[in-house]
Design a protein around this ligand. Structure first.
Ligand code: ADP
Ligand code: MG
Length: 385
């Protein structure tokens, strides 16, 4: 028996009907483009949130997590309570369950376990939502389109957890496939799989946890969104994705802050297109420059980088890495660095040494391997009964 199934049996005194897994993600490039109706290029990580689950026929939803200090929550889905009912981590899966109810989903017991750091910019929140969504849907034999499911999970995060995130994280967790990145147009929701073959090109993408933590509720994220909306309004376009002539747009904005924000969003969108082009051509070797350009734009134009991220990237580049950038919302979280596999050890050591020199907590390292999206991982078949 799987460890999570055993923990489920212990927690709920009955057997799970299955175990599902939804991955976290790294966005290769396209940062803060999602809410500007632009392009992003995430891929799924080998790590994520697992959930063991079983139906309940009384409409009650039970949620427990091995990562949570609390006892979890028990809530009757029969009485629709809406956002605000639950104010702990359980708001995310509760929101998903409540939004899925009209599709025919009923009660269930869920136990979560995760090997993804929380708040590190790897989207543990979307993994939590998407694991809930795929588990409940399969338990109840409903099969919504995965793009619809991504929108539903996003709504759960927006409305139930109060986080104004875009559609990228949930799309990545649900739609990614092994060995590929997902080119996602955040305006249309249309996506395509782009091959991302790192081992075949003798490349390693290191994911570095800088140990600095962000809090999305802190207001910076909301401020950046508001600045982008204001700039779009001033420029008379529906979203910054629609800016065609960057020079002309910049000359029409008086506010230097808005000019910097527009500069980032528009050039970042172009970098996503350029990156997808390189990947389609099998030119993974040439990605480094685009990644570093993205970082510099996030640091200088969007102003959301943080000292530990800048330090990690500088140390990596000095040690011969091809490029890299901060990932996620900013002000904390992770950095990705692309390096020839033969240099990966030296790059790691250089980053660790730079951290030590400054007296910072040891950074964490993980090899980012493009992996599969959310799926069932045990006891296939036989459902719904
Ligand atoms: P990120 O998505 O970058 O990891 P967020 O702040 O968006 O950071 O989401 C982290 C939150 O998601 C946690 O504070 C917690 O509420 C919830 N969460 C993620 N994983 C788990 C888990 N395994 N168990 C319980 N809650 C989790
Ligand atoms: Mg998140």
């Amino acid at each position: 028996m799987d460890v999570l199934e055993a923990a489920f049996a212990e927690a709920y005194r009955r057997d799970a009907e299955g175990v599902w897994h939804a991955p976290g993600r790294v966005n290769l490039i396209g940062e803060h483009t999602d809410y500007n109706d632009g392009l992003v290029l995430p891929f799924a990580l080998p790590r994520g949130v697992g959930v063991a689950a079983a139906r309940r026929d009384d409409g009650v939803l039970e949620l427990k997590s091995l990562q949570a200090a609390d006892q979890g929550v028990t809530v009757d889905l029969g009485q629709s309570r809406g956002p605000g009912t639950i104010r702990t981590w359980a708001a995310y899966p509760f929101g998903v369950a409540e939004l899925l109810r009209p599709l025919g989903i009923g009660g269930a017991s869920l136990l979560f376990d995760s090997d993804l750091p929380q708040g590190a910019g790897l989207s543990s929140s979307a993994a939590l939502e998407c694991a809930t969504a795929v588990a409940l849907c399969e338990l109840y034999g409903v099969e919504p389109d995965r793009r619809e499911l991504a929108r539903l999970a996003q709504r759960a995060e927006n409305e139930y957890a109060g986080v104004p995130c875009g559609i990228m994280d949930q799309s990545a967790s649900l739609l990614c496939t092994e060995g590929h990145a997902l080119l996602l147009d955040c305006r249309t929701g249309l996506s395509s799989q782009v091959p991302l073959d790192l081992p075949g090109k003798d490349l390693t993408l290191l994911l570095i946890d800088t140990r600095a933590r962000h809090a999305l509720g802190d207001g910076d994220y909301g401020r950046r969104r508001a600045e982008c909306e204001r700039a779009a309004t001033l420029l008379g376009v529906p979203a910054l994705r629609d800016v065609q002539d960057l020079g002309a747009a910049l000359s029409r904005l008086d506010d230097p802050v808005l000019r910097r924000r527009v500069q980032h969003v528009v050039t970042e969108n172009h970098r996503v297109e350029a990156t997808a082009g390189l990947l389609r051509a099998g030119a993974e070797q040439e990605l480094g420059g685009l990644l570093t350009a993205s970082h510099l734009s996030l640091r200088d134009q969007y102003e959301i980088s943080w000292p530990e991220a800048d330090l990690a990237l500088e140390a990596a580049l000095r040690a011969g890495a091809r490029g890299g950038r901060m990932v996620g919302g900013g002000f904390g979280g992770s950095v990705i660095v692309l390096t020839a596999t033969g240099r990966a050890g030296a790059v790691r050591d250089a980053i660790t040494a730079a951290y030590r020199e400054r007296g910072l907590a040891e950074p964490g390292f993980l090899e980012a391997i493009p992996s599969a999206g959310a799926r069932r991982i045990s006891m296939d078949g036989g459902l719904p009964g």
